[in-house]
Design a protein around this ligand. Structure first.
Ligand code: HPA
Length: 277
């Protein structure tokens, strides 16, 4: 259950946060946003020295994250002529936040102009052929969180209504462009609430449902970004084999360490990706 107050007028709140972000960062508008999941932050340094760092919890509607490796800030970098917002410090359902709070950073950067939103995360791999350290392009998702960022009142005009088409949620066009700069496997990401890791039986269920990856983020943000008309890209760093895929027990430290080990290659990937998106 969410234990913060429900977000009233989430679109107005995102517009206010976006105006303040742009003013404080000295940016007219962003072209692209990258939400940095566990482990991706170190790699993002490859995009260049940030021009500004805005502490997220000082912006309207943002809450301080409570997960190690998720401190909240929006960094502005210019890379290949694009103005990029790097969002670190994701909030999750399992911290007790509702879906609107979870997607507020994404609504904010889209309101600040970003037409493309890259959602990165660390995930468990269900495919024995895709091991820790691999990066997988999210081709589609299964939202098993039991919630949606479009729950609640009808989005106000001029926003699209609540019945959003998700047929091409993880943009095929963007995946093709990504394929031109990096040869990466594609997979289906199954999003759960967590924060516990799964049982081997749950992972077997996920495999039979067609999932390649399992994690606790991304799906709600993808829906919210798509609803606002942004192009969505999802990238998962495999931090571990999901429960039962390998006999080893799961550990959150493993998730963070996988990111640190992969930082250089994640950074190079983001640097190659930004110019083609
Ligand atoms: N399960 C769920 N979420 C995760 C995992 C996992 O195995 N690894 C990283 N995030």
């Amino acid at each position: 259950m969410a234990h913060d107050r429900p977000v009233e007028d989430p679109y107005g709140l995102a517009a206010r946060a976006a105006a303040e972000l742009c003013a404080r960062a000295g940016v007219e508008r962003y072209d692209l946003a990258i939400v940095l999941g566990s482990g991706w932050r170190e790699g993002a340094a490859a995009l260049g020295e940030p021009e500004s760092v805005v502490v997220a919890s000082t912006l309207p509607g943002f809450v301080a994250p409570s997960v190690a490796g998720h401190d909240g800030a929006i960094l502005t970098v210019r890379h290949a002529g694009r103005t990029v917002a790097l969002v670190s410090g994701r909030v999750h359902l399992y911290e007790g936040h509702d879906a609107h709070r979870v997607v507020h950073p994404v609504r904010t950067v889209v309101a600040a102009g970003a037409r493309t939103v890259v959602l990165t995360n660390a995930a468990g791999s269900i495919d024995p052929a895709i091991g820790p350290g691999s990066v997988v392009v999210v081709a589609d998702h299964l939202n098993l969180t039991g919630t949606s960022p479009l729950e609640g009142p009808v989005p106000p005009a001029p926003f699209a209504g609540r019945f959003v088409d998700l047929t091409d949620l993880y943009s095929r066009r963007a995946r093709q462009r990504l394929g031109e700069v990096a040869a990466l496997p594609e997979g289906v990401y199954l999003g759960l609430r967590g924060p516990h890791y799964e049982t081997p039986a749950e992972i077997e269920m996920a495999r039979r449902l067609g999932a390649t990856l399992v994690g606790m983020s991304t799906v709600l943000e993808a829906i919210a970004a798509r609803h606002l008309g942004a192009e969505v890209v999802g990238l998962s760093l495999v931090s571990n084999f999901a429960a039962g895929v390998s006999p080893a027990p799961l550990d959150h430290r493993e998730v963070l360490e996988a990111g640190q080990r992969a930082a250089t290659s994640l950074g190079e990937l983001l640097a190659r990706l930004v110019p083609v998106l």
